[in-house]
Design a protein around this ligand. Sequence first.
Ligand code: UGA
Length: 429
Amino acid sequence: MKVTIVGAGYVGLVTGAVLAHKGHQATCVDNDQAKLETLKRGELPIFEPGLPELVAQGIESGALRFSGEITGPVQQSELVFICVGTPPLASGKADLSYIEQVARETARALRDYTVIVEKSTVPVRTGLKVKRTIEREANPEVIFDVASNPEFLREGSAVEDMLNPDRIVIGVDSDRAREVLEELYQPFGAPLIVTDINSAEIIKHASNSFLALKISYINSVANICELAGANVEQVARGMGLDKRIGPGSLHAGIGYGGSCFPKDVDAFYDISKELGYEFTLIKMAQQINADQRRRFIQKIERALWVVKGKQVAILGLSFKPDTDDMRDAPSLDIIGWLLENGATVRAYDPESMDKAREMLPEVEYAGDAYQAAAGADALVLVTEWAEFEQLDPHKLVETMRQPILIDGRNLFEPDAMRDAGFEYVSVGR
Ligand code: UGA
């Protein structure tokens, strides 16, 4: 099928590359000319495992194209995916101006029957507003449908998640739109959940908020474990094997970050309130999350005693492993606090140092973890990249001025670290 994807960010690029891989003709449209030039050369502006190969394959076969112009691709497509950003406004609401803009531009281009699909994460009832916007702007003769098809991709495993989804949710208000989307997703062989548009929109916000809640829950349990002398990893395993609970998102640590959970929980709270319901439960999840970062910073402070003049090594900067995304990364708060309090910081991250340099110019960047640790008074693990598991703790201890290791992700085994000579602090153990 011929598909236009508007917005060549994380979601749009992965959607375009995977649909092309599954035999469709995908054109990614973006108004950022520099980004388009990069993409046409087969280079990617983001680090996402598996994506460069898929994009290269798509370009090579001609199934994946890039364009700075929307009209031509829309007129040739049966489906138009809206994948532009919905960043948070100062109020916590989602900024829907890019969605509105794309809806208008798409409307003006429409000729034959087209399904316009929202993939960006949006508050419930956005579909309705997209439909009204298109009705106002499009040629009145044109027939179209609006649908919602939220994505459930995690950065770092987005390609894998889209190729093998747990479920595909399509929210439609006509059989014709349902048939078009069923045909598109037929090659995926995944369970297809068909709902009305409002429900599909809520599925996305409710899923992200629930996962955020789960993380805040286990972080609260971790705090009790610390007070009681229990081990949160053992507790999480014992809970997660109950099928009703499940093991995912039960990893205690510094709390969630990134471009999705913090903004989506705020936006879901906000739309609920607008509709007349105060969703206090998810408000608490956000508060617990902010507290968890503060508690971690207190652990660093306790371990260092005097912060001023100390040298601190940071391992991992991105908000999670396998991505170079620095949006709402806990490292920003932690490093900001260290610098404000007079420490010097040397950091290492396998992929995100280029992006970090722009945001944290005062930090010194190291070529590897050992270089970061050399001469440091404390080593702080912020992001659990797999390569850090392979580090030799004896070698790290030897190179440091004070052997203090503060592990924000429970990556290391406490006994092994203490045996190597570390004063070791982690979360809920
Ligand atoms: C999240 C959702 O998991 C995706 O399903 C969704 O599609 C995406 O948001 C989105 O809305 O676009 P993502 O933010 O990429 O994906 O990453 P997650 O793996 O869910 O991690 C989010 C944050 O929670 C990270 O900071 C991670 O470190 C933290 N986390 C995750 C924990 O602290 N503990 C856990 O057990 C799991």
